[in-house]
Ligand binder design. Structure first.
Ligand SMILES: [Fe+2]
Length: 351
């Protein structure tokens, strides 16, 4: 079964190519073309019913992170014969799924090489993750040419998500020296391919660099946790149904200014990788929020919580209440109050 989004893959002819290729190989194919930007538990359940009727044996996720995450959830729910919302609530590690093949068409989520799948349960307005070794695809077909189908604005948003994975798995207390090296490689790729594109590099070379960085960060996501921005974004996404990288963009300056203060040594190396110029890196270390706003403006994706539809303080408080548990993998975590501080500070920027 191919699991994909509602329109893009069909319109771009990518789904047609996959169908033709599999059918000519004698594979009987089911297609589920109903995944939203924030994949939902009811969509997963619908796909699982189709998979059951079609006696599906292998699940292929085709598209961006949403399609890949939905495919992972379908493979898990079908194998375990459980509704998606139950697995999301239980939080038990997923060890058994149908075999999964991931075909990313964006360079962003790294879901093709990660052990997680993010889902939204609309009945509870809850966005969270299924996790476990079973969610690691048996094969990831990463073809940078497919990422060239993305509109430029989407490429910048998904590229920022790659950058966020690099930054957060770099600062995470669960990180290790080898993972930090890969984070810095991904930051360098983001710099050369998207943030300040190297003159003379072709569009295809840049796409290859970002696809490589995206997949590399998938490995990091599976081995070192993200930090607070990803946890906070889940609440924003659940409330506003806005794109994951847009939520990160609204929160990043206010988190970044705290993490740079909390981990100045790591921050210095990271900023020198991002800006290359030592003077510019030092300036960014002295004014981290402004530096991050500069990155976002450079990409043309600066946004606020208000832009995403959060209109009043009560909605901010709702988001704060959604973020539970300890966030102590994040060096700037000083207790649950850190969540409120970041949210309120980000909200204040949009007032
Ligand atoms: Fe992400």
């Amino acid at each position: 079964m191919v699991v994909t989004g509602r329109r893009a893959m069909r319109q771009l002819g990518v789904l047609g190519r996959v169908e033709q290729s599999l059918q000519s190989a004698g594979v009987t194919l089911s297609v589920f073309e109903g995944v939203s930007a924030n994949p939902r538990t009811d969509e997963v359940d619908q796909a699982v019913r189709l998979a059951r009727e079609g006696a599906v044996e292998v699940v292929i996720g085709l598209g961006g992170g949403s399609a890949l995450d939905a495919a992972k959830a379908v493979a898990a729910c079908r194998a375990l014969d459980a509704p998606a919302s139950d697995l999301l609530v239980q939080g038990t590690p997923i060890v058994r799924t149908l075999p999964l093949i991931a075909v990313p068409t964006t360079a962003g989520t790294g879901s093709e090489l990660s052990r997680g799948a993010i889902l939204t349960d609309p009945s509870r307005r809850f966005k969270g993750g299924l996790r476990g070794d079973g969610l690691f695809p048996v094969a990831a077909l990463v073809d940078p040419d497919l990422s060239l189908t993305m509109p430029p604005a989407l490429a910048r948003l998904t590229g920022f998500d790659v950058f966020c994975h690099a930054v957060e798995t770099y600062f995470s207390r669960l990180s290790q020296p080898a993972l930090r090296c890969w984070s810095l490689q991904a930051v360098a790729a983001f710099r050369d391919c998207l943030f300040r594109p190297r003159p003379g590099w072709s569009v295809r070379e840049r796409a290859t660099g970002m696809s490589y960085a995206s997949s590399l960060m998938g490995i990091n996501l599976g081995n070192a946790s993200t930090c607070l921005p990803h946890r906070l974004q889940y609440a924003v996404g659940a409330l506003t149904d806005t794109a994951h990288p847009a939520g990160l963009a609204a929160l990043y300056p206010d988190w970044f200014e705290r993490v740079v203060v909390a981990a100045p040594g790591e921050a210095r190396v990271l900023l020198e990788t991002l800006f290359v110029d030592a003077g510019e890196a030092a300036q960014a270390a002295a004014a981290p929020a402004a530096a991050m706003i500069g990155v976002l403006e450079g990409l043309g994706i600066r946004t606020t919580l208000q832009d995403l539809g959060i209109r009043d303080r009560a909605q901010v408080e709702w988001c704060i209440g959604q973020v539970t548990g300890a966030g102590d993998v994040d060096p700037c975590w000083r207790g649950p109050e850190t969540v409120g501080e970041i949210f309120l500070s980000a909200y204040g920027r949009g007032c």
